[in-house]
Design a protein around this ligand. Structure first.
Ligand code: NAD
Length: 412
């Protein structure tokens, strides 16, 4: 494949490829069952002139067979190395920092000016390989940085996966709780509904609320952003008010602002009562790029009744509960604390369906007339593009990596 570098728009950059080829390697994160593209999105990509190569068996764990991909217009390739060498753009679910061992070895298969679009976890606080991606001169897009703006909604892969996670977290809690969720009036007496408390009503939290309500639980929720109150209430849950001065809470993009330790201590005190009376607490409270605040201390766990369940979805960012340990379930004072990771992979069919739609929309947005067009004024691109032509070009990631600020597209 011949690659012709060149500026493509005023104030923008890009690479032109002939017969652009999209490569879908099999996911390599341990236990990962999703696939980056599904047969349903292939016709729109083919129509736009894109060839799609899929590594044999990539979709099998999610229920998408090679035969389905072939019929939808993909070419099935037996070798991973061949996918990497033939593709202009590699699309994956988890790559680089989001797939710490295998993701790094894939970097050795990539060539300058090849593009990589995936969850790259660019804000990883340890083992961050974004600079290595830049040194390999790969054009890297981190899909978790798609801005939460209206016209990017159909590309918002993080929201898609969070929706799946909120749903599955409630099922995990229901499975572990020695009680039922719904109120039941039977000849043998009345069963009270389970009391669920959701802390952090972002995408994950709102879906957890909706799922717990559908199962018949009584649900309360809390978030530092008062703006979500209406959404919480519209799902049939009660918004917990605590007398805490939160000030100007929301940053652009619908994310909360970080607070200091004294704020979180006060929050712990004020939430103790609600947590103590809950059968299940689901926590999904984070500020992107920050360690998750500890909102449930060891003492607060002791206030909960034996048999209660905490599902901490922020465990990979350090955890909202003091007992959390990413990827493990622990029992303390009779309370089960679950810290599941990579939950979306446990619903691979629908998680892949949503992700593939997000990615294909993004691909069709980025590629115009066989060119990868990177408009330096477009927030969908400037927020998501992290490496280009040998440099880390994303201002937020440069700041995070403590690199000096440069003009987008400029050299370090
Ligand atoms: P989000 O940014 O949409 O929501 C986070 C919410 O937390 C926001 O509404 C924010 O206002 C709120 N918040 C921040 N600080 C708070 C505080 N001190 N008290 C109360 N609320 C606070 O993020 P999301 O997409 O809903 O994801 C939430 C969490 O779930 C993240 O930690 C994310 O990494 C995690 N997650 C886990 C998995 C998994 O497999 N375990 C998968 C996807 C997401």
């Amino acid at each position: 494949m011949k690659i012709c570098p060149g500026a493509v728009a005023s104030g923008g950059w890009g690479w032109q490829f002939r017969d652009m080829v999209i490569g879908v390697p099999k996911e390599s994160y341990p236990g990962e069952r999703r696939v980056a593209l599904t047969p349903a999105v292939l016709p729109s990509l083919n129509q736009a002139g894109l060839r799609v190569l899929v590594e044999a068996g990539s979709g099998a764990d999610a229920g998408y067979l090679d035969e389905d991909f072939k019929q939808a217009g993909a070419e099935i390739i037996g070798s991973r190395r061949e996918i990497f060498s033939a593709a202009d753009i590699i699309v994956q679910v988890l790559a680089l920092n989001a797939n710490p061992v295998a993701g790094l070895s894939d970097l050795g298969l990539m060539r300058p000016h090849q593009a990589l679009i995936a969850f790259l976890r660019p804000l990883a606080t340890h083992d961050n390989h974004i600079s290595a991606l830049a040194e390999a001169r790969v054009t890297g897009f981190a899909v978790e940085l798609i801005p939460r703006i209206t016209r990017a909604q159909s590309m918002d892969a993080l929201s898609s996966m969070s929706t799946v996670v909120g749903y599955k977290a409630v099922l995990a809690a229901a499975e572990a709780l020695p009680k039922m969720f719904p109120m039941l009036m039977t000849a043998a007496g009345t069963i009270k509904p389970a009391r669920i408390f959701v802390i952090g009503a972002g995408i994950v939290g709102l879906q957890a609320i909706a799922t717990a309500r559908r199962l018949g639980a009584v649900v309360k929720a809390y978030d530092v952003r008062p703006a979500v109150r209406q959404e919480v209430e519209s799902l049939g849950a009660r918004f917990v008010e605590i007398p805490l001065e939160t000030g100007e809470e929301e940053k652009a993009g619908g994310y909360a602002k970080a607070k200091d330790e004294s704020f979180y201590r006060r929050q712990q005190e004020l939430l103790t009562g609600v947590i103590g009376e809950s059968d299940v607490v689901i926590t999904a409270a984070v500020v992107p790029g920050r360690k998750a605040p500890v909102l449930i201390t060891e003492a607060m766990v002791r206030e909960m009744a034996p048999g209660s369940v905490i599902v901490d979805l922020a465990a990979e960012q350090g955890g909202n509960c003091a007992f959390s340990s990413a990827g493990e379930n622990v029992v303390r004072d009779g309370v089960t604390i679950m810290s599941p990771i990579n939950i979306a992979s446990t619903v691979p069919f629908h998680a892949s369906q949503l992700y593939a739609k997000n990615l294909s929309t993004l691909l069709l947005y980025l590629i115009k007339d066989g060119q990868l067009k990177l408009d330096g004024e477009d927030p969908i691109i400037t927020d998501t593009l992290i490496t280009y032509d040998g440099a880390v070009v994303n201002a937020r990631i440069r700041e995070f990596l403590q690199l000096p600020l440069v003009e987008p597209g400029g050299k370090e």
